[in-house]
Structure formats: C-alpha cells, structure tokens
Write a protein that binds this ligand. Structure first.
Ligand code: PLP
Length: 399
C-alpha cells in the first residue's frame, strides 16, 4: 500500500521541497524517532537534516505527541479574539528566557519575518519620518513569500518571480562597512541571521553583530535577527544572538519552535512593540494545538538544557568532521557552530555526496553545489555522530 502511495506521489509530482542543489535517492519517509528515520522499504537512516532543522528533540517526541493528543481532544481552535492557556504559557516561557518582551504567533518562518518587517516599518513610520527600507544580507534566506524573496539575498530564489517587492537592500554578509554604506534616511531596520544557514552555514566574525548592534543604536535602526533556523538551541545557546553577546530588538522563530508542528513567532522588545490591535493578524496564528505542542517542546529544550548538550555534541561533531577532512583531500573546509555544520568540498560534489550518503544510510543537505549541511536533532548522541560520519566517510570513498 505504502509503495503504491509512494509511486502515486512520484507520478503526481507532489511538489518536492529541498534545496535547489539537491539530488535525493529517497522519496518517501514513513517513521522517525530520535535521530533515526525510516523509508517505506524499512531502511533506516540517521537524519543529519533533522527534518530541516525542525526536529530539535527528535521527530514525534513523546512529550509533543502527548501534548498534541491531549489538546486535540480538548480544543483545537478558537477565534483569535481570545487567548488560550497553551498560548499564554508559551509566550511567557519565551519572554522569560529571552531579551524580548512580546510575542506574536504565526504559522511559519516566512510569515514570522513578514510580521517583523511590518513591525519595523511601522516603527519607521512613527519614529523615523516614514523610513521603510530594510537592509538584508546577500546569501541570506528569509523565506519564500513575495516580500521574503526580496529580503533573501540569493538570485536563484528571485529570478522567476520579478518584479520583487520594493524596500529591501541586499549587502554582503559579515561586512559592517557595507551596512553603513547602504544606510540612508530611508532605512528603518537591518535584518540578518546570527549564522547564515541556507546560504551555506556562514559564521560571521566575532565582532560583526556587536558592531551591527552599535550601528543600529547610533542610527535609530531596528535590529531584527532571523532566528528561524538558529533559535531554540541550534547554535548551542537557546537563541543564536546569545552567542554573539548582543540583544536584538526583534527576533523571528519557527522550525524548532514547534518540533514538527507548523508554528512561527516574532518577538520584540518594548521599544519596537508598536502594533495596535488590527495591525496584524492570522486565523491560525497562536492556534491552541500548535502552541500546546510548541510549549511541550520548548519546556524540554529549556528544562533539560538541550542547547548546552548541542554545544557539546556540536564541538564533538566538528572534531570528527575535521578528522574526516584529514582523510579526504577533496574536503576544503569544515565550518559551523553548535549543531549547524557544513563540509565544503574543493569541487561541486555535494549532489553526489548526498546521494552516496543516502545509500550508506545518512541524510544530508546539499546546501551549496560544493557544500553539504548538517543540522541533526540536538539530542543526537556522540555514538550516532560516530556512525553517521563513518557512513559519510564510506560515501566519500565510493565517489
Ligand atoms: N528564515 C530562515 C533563516 C530559514 O532558514 C528559513 C527556512 O529555511 C526561513 C526563514 C523560512 O521559514 P519557513 O520555511 O518556515 O517559511
């Protein structure tokens, strides 16, 4: 039956996701637990993509399943004119554990960024003579809606969808002078990722975010950090901004926030919290079912200090990957932070490496033609890292 469904999916060409550089050999996954997933033939894989940086405590985590099941049997949706307990609990938990004061819940990362941009533009309208322009980085990724492809500084996501939404200026990442040069009296905000994920796992210099924070302070600009990929523990701290010792004005979250249920959020400090009722809204934003699931997942990440675990296992992964590099001279560089890591090759090998790794039983992402990315569950063990990297080693030996 599953095989039939799988072939129907292939025949109907259900729109496949994934990176533009991907060359996958598996089409249908049917089960997941911890770091492992299984395809319809029963073959087991170590998922070094973590369900695309989502399954931070593993897919179908029992606490999340329990929260979804209980909530589904109680109340699945309310009019969004009313608060719900899971929504309030989640908001309080996020506020208590961040430098931000308010939360707006939505359904995805792109939507969280759209909300953050609206908030920054309203701030510009009220406080900066109607300034509306947002500076973002080349090689960034902020989502696939019309405005977010304009924010995303990668031509391959933009070229087929012209004209782009106005009001975004893309400058090189990790280049504070480029931000200074792009700032004008039209600028209201800068939006960057703490570490670029989809752009190839690009870690900025230690001083970049600090200098950016100072520039924003000196010029009255809103600093937005897109933490859709880095938030909820991925870099080894609950939020990525903590790694760089700064406090942004707004952050956006999704992916690991729901650990498998579709939820996003943007959070702001009091200074930038300028929305009034009616400025923004979403029928399913703050939905009680997704909030209950996200609250269960976030409680575990916070109470069980999962980000600290990610810091430690992330260092271990880096060590093991550097050993791998010493055995393969087609590896140019290993880079990343926490459990967001990449291997860069000397040539455009990543599609074949991903396919070979799939065969060996490990899922990877071809984030660039010459680089593969790893973003496994934050609960991955050192033993699983050993096994996964041994499989990648074998895959590299086979190509
Ligand atoms: N922002 C960042 C940093 C991302 O990595 C992503 C997705 O990969 C997004 C935004 C878009 O999130 P979503 O796919 O949930 O819209």
């Amino acid at each position: 039956m599953l095989a039939i469904l799988a072939s129907i999916g292939v025949l109907l060409k259900i729109s496949p996701m994934g990176s533009v550089f991907e060359q996958r050999t598996i089409d249908v996954l049917v089960k997941g637990q911890g770091t492992k997933v299984w395809d319809e033939s029963g073959k087991e894989y170590l998922d070094f993509t973590g369900g695309w940086a989502v399954n931070n405590i593993g897919p179908s985590h029992p606490a999340v399943v329990e929260a979804v099941t209980t909530q589904a049997a109680t109340l699945m949706q309310t009019s969004n004119a009313y608060y719900t307990i899971p929504q309030l609990q989640l908001a309080q938990l996020l506020v208590d554990n961040s430098c931000l004061d308010k939360v707006f819940f939505c359904n995805s990362g792109a939507e969280a960024n759209e909300g953050a941009i609206k908030l920054a533009r309203k701030y510009g309208r009220l406080n900066k003579n109607g300034a509306y322009e947002i500076i973002t980085a080349l090689n960034s990724f902020h989502g696939r809606t019309l405005a977010m492809i304009a924010a995303t500084g990668q031509p391959q996501y933009q070229q087929n969808f012209q004209p782009l939404a106005p009001g975004f200026v893309n400058v090189p990442y990790n280049d504070i002078e480029a931000i200074k040069a792009a700032t004008s009296d039209k600028t209201c905000a800068v939006m960057v990722e703490p570490v670029q994920g989809e752009g190839g796992v690009n870690v900025p210099s230690e001083s970049y975010h600090k200098e950016l924070r100072k520039w924003c302070n000196d010029n009255g600009l809103v600093l937005i950090m897109d933490e859709v990929q880095t938030g909820m523990g991925r870099l080894g701290t609950l939020f990525g901004y903590e790694k760089f010792d700064i406090e942004p004005d707004i952050i956006t979250l999704a992916k690991g926030l729901g650990n498998g249920v579709p939820i996003g959020a943007f959070m702001s400090n009091l200074k930038t919290s300028v929305f009034e009722p009616g400025d923004h809204g979403s029928t399913f934003g703050g939905n009680v079912l997704t909030c209950a699931a996200a609250y269960a997942a976030a409680r575990i990440i916070i109470d069980e200090k999962i980000s600290q675990q990610a810091e430690e296992t992330g260092e271990y992964l880096a060590e093991i990957l550097n050993e791998l590099k010493s055995r393969h001279n087609n590896i140019r560089e290993v880079r990343g932070m926490g459990l967001l890591r990449a291997i860069e090759f000397t040539d455009d090998l990543s599609p074949v490496v991903v396919a070979a790794a799939n065969k060996e039983g490990v899922l990877l992402n071809a984030v660039r033609p010459n680089a593969v990315r790893m973003m496994p569950p934050l609960t991955i063990t050192k033993e699983e890292i050993d096994v996964g990297v041994a499989r990648i080693d074998a895959a590299l030996g086979n190509i």
